[in-house]
Design a protein around this ligand. Structure first.
Ligand code: GLN
Length: 486
């Protein structure tokens, strides 16, 4: 087996037994990036030198017997999480040359755990999108079929994990951006509960929805990475002071007694591909065989998730993105003489079409006279969606569904049709609106050989239950063992 093919926990065992060094492992991953990323396009920045330094440091720690589950493990990071001294573009021309003066809390935690940061990954500009085609920097291709999208907005993260260009990655999820690319690339991805992971140093998109989470090769790795980034942070006022369970210790508990909710509304969802529907139904059967029992549940406000999200997210984005004015940092159009001209031209040239569309929609929804009709109304309906989940969780422990209605589509297929793209978020948005955790785990392949993911959602702060359910399913199947040929 090649070193770059290892999972985090496999590499940890070899490092611990001193059969490999972090320098060898990191070197193998950096060579792998060199060999295949010209085809995939997952990385915006590869931090070769600092990665090698961090690997050497990790090797020293290991030789002194100081070791965490992530010591010496090469991890890559979505390019909207601030990394001190390493360019953080957010997939946007407006931040193309922005080098943060500080680390995000999740990066501080990873470094403390001894992880090696190998680079920054491509994404839709400001995390707005479902295909990574909205990146202002480059295109990313799905490792399973290079003419297809990897999903988005954490498309670079999912593609890098799938193509073995890192052992694990961080992404962010505002409406599905970890789970959907994980599903399209055949890897595991989890959006933790809102408040579980600090967002200090995460470039804000929609502050009431954003959450950072892991993308990994298997569920065990997901539990390890999630555990290391979770926990209270006084620098993020939305972070919750609650102990983080040792996630890995729950994995091998069985599924006996687990109540799995199947939402009756989801089968009729717009554009649900029969192959995806079948893969999810088969997954439920596997869970039943493992001892879980199924109940039908109802989430009656599901049809409003897309319109509610596409009012709330652009509104918050329009406010968050006001800071990119060419004055404080980032791109500035220096040709313009007056202040107003400079603002206008900087933002016109710096932002791409989708970001502008959302700023315009959001500004409209928040403007005086319209606020009540749009943002306030959407927030009220959001409460109804939350209540649907609370009610459902009275009778079940987890809810399962597809992640995306179809497997990965072709590059260019939907880029001229934002509405179709928005509608494909139907299964993932609700978890963000309700603040609950959700995980995507590989559950099948289409006839064309494209991966399909199963979504498992749970109550607030029940990540260990999701991980346990996903792990049991994974161990009973072998979808996670298949690799793309690249
Ligand atoms: N696809 C959704 C959007 O375009 C979700 C993005 C995300 O989770 N960052 O907004």
């Amino acid at each position: 087996m090649k070193l770059y093919e290892l999972t985090i926990h496999e590499a940890h065992d070899l490092l611990k037994r001193k059969e490999i060094s972090s320098k060898e492992l990191t070197g193998a991953v950096l060579d792998r990036i060199e060999a295949v990323d010209s085809k995939v396009g997952a990385y915006i920045t590869v931090s070769r030198e600092s990665a090698i330094e961090q690997a050497e440091m990790a090797d020293r720690e290991i030789s002194e017997g100081k070791m965490s589950a992530l010591t010496g493990i090469p991890i890559a990071v979505k390019d909207l999480i601030c990394t001190q001294g390493i360019r953080t573009t957010c997939g946007s021309r407006i931040l193309e040359n922005f080098i943060p003066p500080y680390d995000a809390t999740v990066i501080t935690r990873l470094k403390k755990a001894g992880a090696v940061i190998v680079g920054k990954l491509n994404m839709d500009e400001f995390a707005m999108g479902s295909s990574t085609e909205n990146s202002g920097i480059k295109l990313t291709h799905n490792p399973w079929d290079l003419v297809r999208i990897p999903g988005g907005s954490s498309g670079g993260s999912a593609a890098a994990v799938a193509a073995d260009m890192c052992l694990g990655a961080l992404g962010s999820d505002t409406g599905g951006s970890i789970r959907q690319p994980a599903s399209h690339c055949g890897v595991v991805g989890m959006k933790p509960t809102y408040g579980r992971v600090s967002r200090f140093g995460l470039v804000a998109f929609a502050s009431s929805l954003d959450q950072i989470g892991p993308l990994t090769k298997d569920v065990t790795d997901c539990a390890i990475l999630a555990g290391s980034i979770s926990g209270y942070d006084p620098s993020d006022s939305t972070s919750v002071p609650k102990d983080v369970p040792e996630y890995t210790s729950y994995l091998s508990e069985g599924l006996k007694g687990l109540k799995v909710g199947i939402p009756k509304e989801y089968d009729a969802a717009h554009g649900l591909d029969p192959e995806v529907s079948l893969a999810v139904k088969n997954a439920v059967k596997v869970m039943e065989k493992l001892g879980a029992s199924c109940v039908e549940i109802s989430l009656p406000h599901t049809e409003y998730a897309v319109p509610v999200y596409y009012v709330i997210a652009p509104s918050e984005a329009s406010s968050n993105l006001a800071r990119y004015d060419g004055v404080k940092y980032g791109f500035r159009d220096k040709e313009k003489k007056s202040l107003m001209d400079m603002y206008r031209s900087t933002r016109s040239k710096g932002f791409g079409a989708e970001v502008k569309r959302r700023i315009i929609i959001g500004t409209y929804c928040l403007s005086s006279g319209y606020y009540d009709a749009y943002y306030k109304k959407a927030s009220q309906v959001r409460t109804l969606i939350m209540r649907d989940f609370n009610k459902a969780f009275d009778i079940c422990d987890v809810i399962v569904s597809p992640v995306a209605p179809t497997p990965a589509f072709k590059i260019g297929e939907k880029s001229d049709d934002p509405l179709t793209m928005y509608l494909s978020d139907i299964f993932t948005l609700s978890a963000n609106l309700a603040g609950i955790p959700g995980i995507s785990v590989p559950c099948g392949f289409s006839k064309g050989g494209l991966p399909v993911g199963l979504q498992i959602m749970g109550k607030h702060f029940s990540e260990e239950v999701l991980l346990k359910a996903a792990y049991n399913f994974e161990q009973a199947t072998d979808f996670h063992k298949r690799k793309p040929e690249i």
